[in-house]
Design a protein around this ligand. Structure first.
Ligand code: G4P
Length: 295
């Protein structure tokens, strides 16, 4: 685990300047905003959460989107939604690519917006048409740009795995009373917590190039094997026999390598290739619907 810590640390220092810049940018944007939509990865609702958002978005109406719910454990989705609702947030399990979910998000913005408008203009005779101004925030890769594109029904925000990409500020008129800022608020991931760092890597929320893929893969295998349900999914996916199970995670990686034909000259296992295959399959939900932050 030491190498992971070390890599995390260097990455952390590398992005420190960006973190300060991002924080200032969000503070600036928030001056104009009524509703903050915080996007979390449904597979890691705690590890993908930046704790500073509580402070930054204080006093604003809040909506939490547990995005990529299509990849997460359905039972856990329900529990996490309740968890955030009990804390007083509006919370939705969503998949950014699902049009019904996008409709629900817009409906929730409208409900929140009306609440703001009614409390702001209670007992006042003002006949103005309300406009609710919305900002989407979250760490890289949780799906902010995809959500903005879908909500805006056009390809205006850049989508893809490019943490840190920023564009000039522009408002998107989503409906007659919703304006969405086209640039998401970029928060930084929790890299000072070991478990969070590993889970962020396993879900593809931090770049795998900066990590030791073999160590991350081994951590992933360990995590799956500790959970009865995920262990069965893993066994099924890799067609493992009972006698295969009584091995150390590194030997398990070797076995996966053999099963996936990751063999180099002399019959040696290519552990990097085996790790990358396992990590891609885990990240893309090919092993099953898995939530790594369990409640
Ligand atoms: P960001 O702005 O927060 O950085 O995230 P972005 O929208 O760029 O999305 C990151 C990746 O996640 C994209 O895949 C996108 O298609 C995918 N994604 C977003 N929302 C969902 C969702 O609800 N479900 C699923 N399954 N995927 C979603 P990508 O470009 O292929 O990147 P990567 O997956 O290779 O990292």
């Amino acid at each position: 685990m030491s190498q992971i810590r070390c890599l995390e640390k260097s990455y952390y220092h590398g992005i420190l300047g960006h973190m300060v810049k991002a924080q200032n940018e969000i503070k600036e944007s928030l001056k104009l905003i009524d509703i903050v939509i915080e996007v979390l990865d449904a597979r890691i609702p705690i590890s993908s959460r930046n704790p500073l958002i509580e402070n930054l978005a204080q006093g604003k109406e809040r909506i939490i989107l547990l995005n990529k719910s299509d990849l997460a454990d359905k039972e856990q989705n329900i529990k996490w939604k309740k968890y955030f609702e009990n804390k007083g947030y509006s919370c939705l399990n969503v998949c950014a690519n699902n049009n019904e979910d996008i409709k629900k998000i817009v409906e929730t913005i409208n409900i929140k917006g009306k609440k703001i408008y009614e409390s702001k203009y209670a007992n006042k005779k003002i006949d103005i048409k309300p406009i609710y101004r919305v900002l989407i925030v979250g760490i890289p890769n949780v799906g902010k740009s995809t959500l903005i594109n879908k909500i805006a029904k056009k390809q205006s925000a850049e989508v893809g795995n490019k943490p840190g990409v920023t564009k000039a500020k522009k408002w998107i008129r989503v409906s007659s009373n919703i304006d969405l800022l086209d640039t998401p608020g970029l928060l930084w991931p929790k890299l000072d917590e070991k478990d969070a760092g590993v889970k962020l890597a396993l879900t593809g929320n931090i770049k795998q190039e900066i990590l030791d893929v073999e160590e991350i893969a081994i951590c992933g295998i360990e995590l799956l094997m500790q959970n009865k349900k995920y262990r069965s999914m893993f066994i099924k996916k890799y067609k493992l026999e009972n006698e295969d199970l009584d091995v150390m995670p590194y030997e398990m990686l070797e076995l996966l390598g053999k099963k996936r034909g990751c063999v180099i000259s002399g019959g040696e296992i290519d552990y990097t290739k085996a790790s990358n295959i396992f990590l891609e399959e885990l990240k893309n939900g090919k092993i099953g619907n898995i939530t790594l932050d369990e409640i």
